[in-house]
Write a protein that binds this ligand. Sequence first.
Ligand code: NAD
Length: 375
Amino acid sequence: MATTVTAVRETVPGERRVALTPEVAKKIKSRGADIVIEHGTGAYAYFPDAAYANVEIADARNALARADVLLCVQPPTLEQIEQLKEGAVVIGHLQPHLALERTKALRDRKITAFAMELLPRTTRAQAMDVLSSQAAVAGYKAVLIAAEAAPKFFPMLTTAAGTIRPSKVLVVGAGVAGLQAIATAKRLGAQVEGFDVRPETKEQIESLGAKFLDLGVSAAGSGGYARELTAEEREQQQRALAEQLKGFDAVVTTAAVPGRKAPRIISADMVAGMKPGAVIVDIAAETGGNVEGSEAGRTVVSANGVSLIGTTNLPSSAPVHASEMYARNLYNFLELSLKDGALTLDWDDELIAKTCLTHAGEIKHEPTKALVEKA
Ligand code: NAD
């Protein structure tokens, strides 16, 4: 029997993305699978049911009960996991460390769950990398938010009323989101600087036409990620940064260390030293915040008039392109296992093995397993 691939409406408030777009539905069908979606699944991303050709539309319970593969943006709820059949495959963001109850439910229902956050970041995996595709959306949007909130122009303007100097923008953290933020701020005409603790980012920042802000701290870790700074390194970074921040009109912070709370990089004292009217957009606000005083989902204005904007789920604010990229990422992952309508998981493939969170009643991701056992 052909594999049935399913997507249902996302249930997290404010989530507008969809894991299965009409384009990807067509590709999955061409590999011999059947598709059942809940009515209205793509509606918030402007993909109406009618755009999904040859796809069965059903109610959520029916779609979930028949799913061999469930594609999702946000993790399924406990109720949805209950409604899946034993042995079904779930692919999406599963945030394994945030909700151990969910991981236990996936294990106990014998779901084969692939948490796309766990995908190894190898060259072959690039086309499946949801963290990268969604971070690019976040970096782009964060700069637009900063430009909107700033009381100044970003570009230089030469007008009959005189010349306007370009805004100075700093991007903290030059991973995928940070580099996209730098590129976007450059396109808007700002004078852009960026910094990161990984030394290889200097060349990447400069290749975008921005300046590398050297704070004299280097903390390259393993797998292309940053490691946590030592107390001494942090102090040095803080001192140098406090001085530099006084000159910037807008700051976008994107710094993260995988599996940990976001590093606190900008203190309240540093904010107090900034220009009145300056704007800080903290993309990391949801995971602890790079800026002291920033709050996810709120704008806080400091006593000296600096706006701290704590963003939440930026990719959802560009649902069309974010969904297109996300759905293609999932398709590229699913394609490894889907042939002539049949699903065969190759456990010798490291992308399959390392992305797997639960399978056949076991938690396969050791750090999550340890957390569940400790709880
Ligand atoms: P991330 O979201 O984990 O972190 C964002 C950035 O914050 C990183 O560049 C990190 O170095 C920086 N950072 C951490 N602590 C900091 C601090 N105290 N001060 C300043 N900056 C700090 O990272 P990401 O965007 O997911 O990507 C990280 C790396 O992985 C990059 O090198 C990227 O090119 C690489 N990557 C590789 C692939 C692949 O080959 N498949 C795919 C995506 C990303």
